[in-house]
Design a protein around this ligand. Structure first.
Ligand code: HEM
Length: 214
C-alpha cells in the first residue's frame, strides 16, 4: 500500500465548506421556491440564510481558484491535448463505470500526484467549477439585488431568464449532490476517496491500482 498526498489543505477546506454550503443552499432554495410545499423556516429566514450562505460560498470559491492558480497543483486540471487519447481514456472510464466495475475489473485510471483525476473527472470538474458554479453565483447575485443590477438583468433577457437559469442549475446540483458522492465511493474501499478528502492522503493499492472517483 502506497500513500499519495493529493488533496492539500486549502482544497480540503474549500471542498467541505462548499459541500455543506451547497446542501444548505439547496434546502433553503427549496424553501424559497416551493413555499406552499415546505415550511420548515419562514420565507424571510430562508431568503436571509440563502443570501449569506451564497456569499460565503462565493468567497470560498476564490480560495479554490486562488490555490490552483498560484500553485503547481493546477497540473491536475491540465487537459489531455490529444483528442483521440482523451476520448479513448473517457470511453474506457465510462465502460468501467457502466460495466467493468461490476465484473471486478481494475480501474483503468492509475492515480499519481499530478494525475489524481481520470479523464471524465477532469472534464466534469472543470465544467462545473469554471462554468456552472460561477454562472450560479452570478445569477444568484443578480437575483439578490434585481433593482441594483437592473441593466445587467435586462442584458441577460430579464428577471425571468435569470431566474430560470438559476433554478435549472439548482436542479442540476440537486442531482449532482447524490451522483457525485456515489461516484466518489468507487475505489478499492468505499471510503478511500472520502478519507483522502479529509486527511489529504490517498492510499493506493500496489497490486490493482484504483484511482476512480466522481
Ligand atoms: C454531500 C456532498 C459532497 C460529498 C460527500 C463529496 C465528496 C467528494 C469526494 C470524496 C471527493 C474526492 C474524490 C474525487 O476527487 O472525486 C470530492 C472531490 C470533489 N468534489 Fe465533492 N462532494 C460533495 C459535494 C460537492 C459539491 C457540491 C461540489 C461542487 C459544487 C463538489 C465538487 C468537487 C470537486 C471539484 C472535487 C475535486 C476537488 C479537487 O481536488 O480539486 N463536491 N468530493
Amino acid at each position: 500500500m502506497q500513500k499519495l498526498y493529493i488533496n492539500p489543505l486549502p482544497v480540503r477546506i474549500w471542498h467541505w465548506t462548499n459541500a455543506v454550503g451547497f446542501i444548505l443552499l439547496i434546502a433553503t432554495g427549496v424553501q424559497i421556491r416551493y413555499l406552499d410545499l415546505v415550511q420548515v423556516i419562514s420565507f424571510k429566514q430562508a431568503v436571509v440564510a440563502h443570501n449569506w450562505i451564497g456569499f460565503v460560498l462565493i468567497a470560498n470559491f476564490f480560495l479554490w481558484l486562488g490555490f490552483y492558480l498560484f500553485s503547481d497543483k493546477i497540473k491536475v486540471y491540465h487537459p489531455e491535448l490529444s483528442p483521440s487519447k482523451y476520448f479513448r481514456a473517457s470511453f474506457r472510464q465510462l465502460a468501467y463505470y457502466g460495466y467493468g466495475i461490476f465484473r471486478g475489473d481494475p480501474n483503468p485510471h492509475q492515480m499519481s500526484a499530478y494525475r489524481k483525476f481520470n479523464a471524465l473527472q477532469s472534464m466534469t470538474y472543470q465544467i462545473i467549477m469554471l462554468l456552472v458554479v460561477p454562472l450560479q453565483f452570478f445569477t444568484g447575485v443578480l437575483l439578490w439585488d434585481v433593482a441594483g443590477y437592473s441593466s445587467m438583468v435586462e442584458l441577460f433577457g430579464g428577471v425571468r431568464v435569470v431566474d430560470t437559469v438559476h433554478v435549472l442549475i439548482f436542479i442540476f446540483f440537486t442531482g449532482f449532490i447524490f451522483i457525485h458522492p456515489y461516484l466518489a465511493s468507487l475505489s478499492h474501499t468505499p471510503w478511500a476517496h472520502y478519507k483522502a478528502m479529509i486527511t489529504g492522503y490517498e492510499e493506493i493499492e500496489d497490486e490493482s491500482p484504483q484511482g476512480g472517483g466522481a
